[in-house]
Design a protein around this ligand. Structure first.
Ligand code: PLP
Length: 225
């Protein structure tokens, strides 16, 4: 099946309230262009340099989402154009995003990445750490950051019950924040969860944004990088 057919098929299976992010990391511009020609406008990348090269080469109405581990010294490269940083995982990173956004005369949308998997390799806030941060009110000082919601990655496992319970925990936190700390902020509306292997389950659990790479573009070849 071609990239075009996969995009069309996925869009048909997703409920209308769920946004598709096509995760194009490691894949060449030609494949992104094919997805673009099929109507896809949101792409996810996890390396600042690679995303910036693609941003320069490809149509300007693409919305670029940063979904990977982001070092503070790299924020400046993506700040002029990034549409959503899905992986905001520390106070220091948020402060850097705020500063770089201000330098560029813009506000940058972010998702708070929450660690829901038990795997030590996954990044993100743990729930208590985030609640302490939000209670301190430091987030309110970030005038050029707009909090849009939460992002999380479930454990990489065949155990569907475990994946479901991780998604439901993230959903629960999202609902609590939406009616608590972020009540009165309608922009806090995005729950990004679900990838190629688990997006259907994520949608059942209330996801509003899925990040899908290999199902659309095929397997990634990291050996070429
Ligand atoms: C790579 C990646 C994805 C996409 O993974 P697939 O399994 O290829 O769909 C989604 N989210 C994040 C954070 C990623 O790094």
């Amino acid at each position: 099946m071609s990239v075009t057919e996969k995009i069309i098929r996925l869009k048909k299976s997703l409920p209308p309230q769920v946004t598709l992010v096509a995760v194009s990391k490691t894949h060449p511009e030609a494949l992104i262009r094919e997805a673009y020609d099929a109507g896809q406008r949101i792409f996810g990348e996890n390396r600042p340099q690679e995303m910036t090269d693609k941003y320069r080469a490809l149509p300007k109405d693409i919305r670029w989402h940063f979904i990977g581990n982001l070092q503070t010294n790299k924020v400046k490269y993506i700040a002029p154009y990034v549409s959503l940083i899905q992986s905001a995982d520390s106070p220091r990173l948020l402060e850097t995003i705020d500063r770089e956004a201000r330098k560029n005369g813009r506000t940058i949308d972010v998702l708070l990445e929450i660690r829901i998997a038990q795997e030590a390799t996954k990044h993100g806030w743990d729930e208590n750490e985030l609640e302490t941060y939000l209670e301190s009110g430091r987030n309110n000082e970030l005038k050029n950051v707009r909090f849009r919601g939460l992002m999380g990655m479930a454990s990489f496992t065949e155990d569907r019950k475990r994946v479901r319970s991780e998604f439901l925990r993230l959903r629960g936190l999202f609902d609590r924040l939406r009616t608590g700390c972020f009540a009165g902020e309608p922009a806090f509306d995005t729950l990004s969860m679900g990838m190629s292997g688990d997006w259907e389950l994520a949608v059942e659990c209330g996801s509003t944004m899925v990040r899908i790479g290999s199902t659309i573009f095929g397997e990634r070849d990291y050996g070429l990088k």
